[in-house]
Design a protein around this ligand. Structure first.
Ligand code: ADP
Length: 546
């Protein structure tokens, strides 16, 4: 017997319909790419999204067609998402931090038809346009007054483009499993792979993200996604915010400490999210200016491990709750968040920070297991680490065009490529990416643990640990450190600081000080580049062993 409830497909544009009905005048405030602050409402965003849909149809875009966006977080980018979604086309967010050739590769792979771009990327696209044969039109997200002279094919200013239709239009209804959005994984090895979200998975993911033990978003919140819409679906926030009627603050292009602080303070942001490098810049700004964060309630930190010292400073110095989160493009992207269950809620000080160093527990809608290489399940004792595998309605079951073949195990779980422990209360902790873990004498050393420890030194700005070849142990850890401005530090000092806090055999064999550590397009430490750079590095312990 089937249930007798209504068939109401979970379509993403229903989110903006709801926001425009229930929270019509709620502000969406953006730092425009042109410079000034801009203010609009959910009602207006929906009106203009209808025009985007109507105009896309006039340009020949139909159900299943891909429309690329190369854009920062602004109200216009949001309108574009909903307009594209509303006609069953697919938004494909392109990460401008990729190498130009990679951008061309993914636009071609996705066979994008129209490309919506911010002013910032017009020169880049002009230099790439010859390599983008599928793009029939470029829409520049600006008005006529700011529209540059450009060689881009059929280029038009966004405001003119949507003004050419009357907005008398209705969003379409179709199967909730229809593709909604695409985002490519950065592909540290081989070509990037396309992840294809559906309307259903996006809507469910937004509901999952809203839950109290996840981001806990409400209409009383002022939400600022600093994480860009081109990074793993913006952690769902461009959908979660409107779903809950939260005020939104969209930071545009400027993500330095001072600019982010200005928005947090001027618009009384209560909930924000980004990768640790952004928060490093903010904390440095706060420290150097003596500023406070009186309005911010919680900060979601993910994409890379949240250093313990960062959690401590946010909480102890600024009274802001830290929610450590883990996820990946393939998971829409949220996989776990570190809110405190009753078992841990009474903890404080070091004990609380120990828990918050974990990436947290999965909300309803994400199942997890850890296994050994042969797929055998490992115990949840908080110590045993293995391959982390996940399953759920917002987790990928295949890549675009079948790239990579079958990506699920016999139980339907996806291998995340991360290595993790899970404790008895279900808290997961990433010890490494499987390709970054340091294999020393048959045992594994977690590079993340060592990095977290090193970054706790007051003079250290950033730290990375990589495995370097060793004649006796196979690999041994090398610590690469960037010091804070105008600081000096000896190798012995940093090693002395770490000693006693980890197993002796985990201690790095050497330390190098560098001016900069390379980052990927999504703000992670680029371990491959570091490994290349130090591939012939001779550790002092290696010389001794030979
Ligand atoms: P990309 O590989 O394109 O940068 P993602 O942003 O999807 O894409 O990266 C997902 C990966 O980022 C995870 O598999 C994990 O290795 C890492 N990651 C994400 N959040 C955390 C976290 N809180 N701690 C440690 N690693 C994290």
């Amino acid at each position: 017997m089937l249930g007798l409830m209504q068939d109401w497909p979970l379509l993403c544009h229903r989110i903006i319909d709801h926001a425009a009905t229930q929270h019509a005048d709620r502000p969406v405030i953006s730092r425009s790419v042109e410079g000034p602050m801009h203010r609009t409402t959910y009602a207006e965003i929906r009106q203009r999204a209808l025009r985007v849909g109507q105009r896309l149809e006039r340009d020949g875009i139909r159900l299943g067609d891909r429309v690329a966006t190369l854009a920062w977080n602004t109200w216009r980018h949001m309108e574009c998402w909903y307009g594209i979604l509303g006609i069953g086309a697919i938004y494909h967010t392109v990460n401008p931090r990729l190498f130009p050739d990679q951008i061309a590769w993914i636009v071609n792979d996705a066979e994008d038809r129209i490309l919506l771009t911010d002013l910032t990327f017009v020169p880049l696209l002009e230099s790439l346009a010859d390599k983008l044969p599928t793009i029939a039109r470029y829409v520049v997200l600006t008005d006529a007054a700011h529209m540059p002279k450009t060689t881009l094919k059929n280029a038009v200013a966004y405001e003119d483009w949507i003004a050419s239709v009357d907005g008398d239009f209705a969003f379409k209804e179709f199967d909730e499993n229809t593709a909604a959005g695409m985002c490519y994984t950065s592909g540290t090895t081989g070509h990037p792979k396309g992840v294809v979200y559906s309307h259903r998975s996006n809507v469910l993911h937004s509901m999952i993200a809203s839950m109290a033990d996840a981001m806990g978003v409400s209409s009383r919140d002022v939400v600022m996604p600093v994480v860009p819409m081109f990074h793993a679906n913006c952690w769902g926030m461009a959908l979660t915010g409107p779903m809950n009627g939260a005020t939104m603050v969209m930071p545009g292009q400027r993500m330095d400490g001072a600019s982010i602080y200005e928005l947090l303070n001027d618009y009384r942001v209560t909930c924000t999210a980004a990768v640790p490098t952004v928060w490093l810049m903010l904390l440095q700004h706060l420290e150097s200016t003596g500023s406070r964060l009186p309005y911010l309630d919680r900060v979601v930190i993910g994409g890379s491990a949240c250093p313990r010292a960062m959690a401590q400073r946010f909480q102890d110095d600024y009274g802001v709750n830290v929610i450590h989160a883990w996820g990946m493009t393939e998971m829409s992207p949220l996989g776990s968040l570190c809110s405190l269950k009753p078992e841990y809620a009474e903890l404080d000080g070091e004990a609380k920070l120990n828990v918050q160093a974990k990436q947290g527990h999965p909300p309803f809608g994400v199942e997890m297991k850890i296994t050994d290489d042969s797929g055998r399940k490992l115990p949840w004792d908080g110590r045993t680490f293995g391959r982390l595998k996940v399953r759920g309605p917002a987790v990928a079951r295949a890549y675009f065009k079948g790239e990579g073949g079958n990506i699920l195990d016999e139980e339907g779980f996806f291998d995340t490529g991360d290595v993790a422990t899970i404790d008895r209360y279900g808290y997961m902790q990433i010890t490494d990416r499987s390709k970054d873990v340091i294999k020393s004498g048959g045992e594994w050393i977690s590079s993340i643990d060592l990095e977290n420890l090193a970054i706790g030194h007051p003079k250290v700005a950033e730290a990375a640990v990589i495995g370097v070849r060793h004649p006796k142990w196979d690999e041994r850890p090398l610590l690469v450190v960037v010091l804070k401005k105008d600081e000096t530090l000896g190798k012995d000092e940093i090693l002395g600081f770490m000693a006693g806090k980890i197993a002796k055999w985990w201690m790095p064999d050497d330390v190098v000080f560098v001016d900069e550590i390379p980052h990927t397009a999504t703000g992670k430490i680029q371990k491959t580049t570091l490994r290349d750079r130090f591939k012939d590095y001779v550790l002092p312990t290696a010389e001794a062993a030979e």
